[in-house]
Design a protein around this ligand. Structure first.
Ligand SMILES: [Zn+2]
Length: 175
């Protein structure tokens, strides 16, 4: 994946193709991947997110970042992550920078275990609960090609039908 033009990366919106199919493994942590992570960090902080996956920057790689307090200092990098959800389902409101204007009650597991590689190439495993577990499941969905639009209950889909239609029409206009 050396053909990534990091400078041109911007936030992709539902229903872009890159958000609706599984992403590819990161084969090598090189300068391009480091620059991509820096760009994803800028985009996430600028738009006040707490998590951001590479497909949201238009890049189909299995990589995401999380900063639970939304600061640059707390950004963690998860390369080729595996997220195993555990525990009971908990419903809570979620938004997504790729689905602007939509906030829906989404069911997620209360806990999760993540195994991933960091930017230095070191593997790590962590247990998460609360917002952290929710963010891990949301971002892992992105690299599997799933968004909150797939997960939102029918009532929310109906409530937001105008906004979803607007996003779909914008996608057609932008090609
Ligand atoms: Zn998202």
């Amino acid at each position: 994946m050396t053909d990534i033009d990091v400078d041109k990366c911007h936030i992709t919106h539902y229903p872009a193709n890159v958000l609706t199919g599984p992403a590819q493994p990161v084969e090598k942590i090189d300068e391009t991947v480091r620059r991509l992570v820096a760009k994803m960090t800028d985009l996430m902080i600028e738009h006040k997110g707490v998590g951001f996956a590479a497909p949201q920057a238009g890049v189909p790689l299995r990589l995401f970042i999380i900063s639970l307090d939304g600061t640059k200092e707390k950004v963690r990098v998860y390369i080729n992550p595996v997220v195993k959800p555990e525990g009971n389902l908990v419903q809570n409101e979620e938004g997504c920078l790729s689905v602007p204007g939509v906030y829906a009650k989404i069911k997620r597991f209360g806990k999760a275990t993540v195994t991933a590689t960091d930017l230095e190439g070191k593997s790590f495993t962590e247990q998460a609960d609360g917002l952290y577990a929710r963010a891990l499941q949301h971002e892992f969905d992105h690299i599997e090609g799933v968004t909150i639009v797939n997960r939102m209950p029918t009532v929310a889909r109906i409530a937001y039908r105008k906004q979803l239609k607007k996003l779909e029409e914008e996608q057609i206009e932008n090609g």
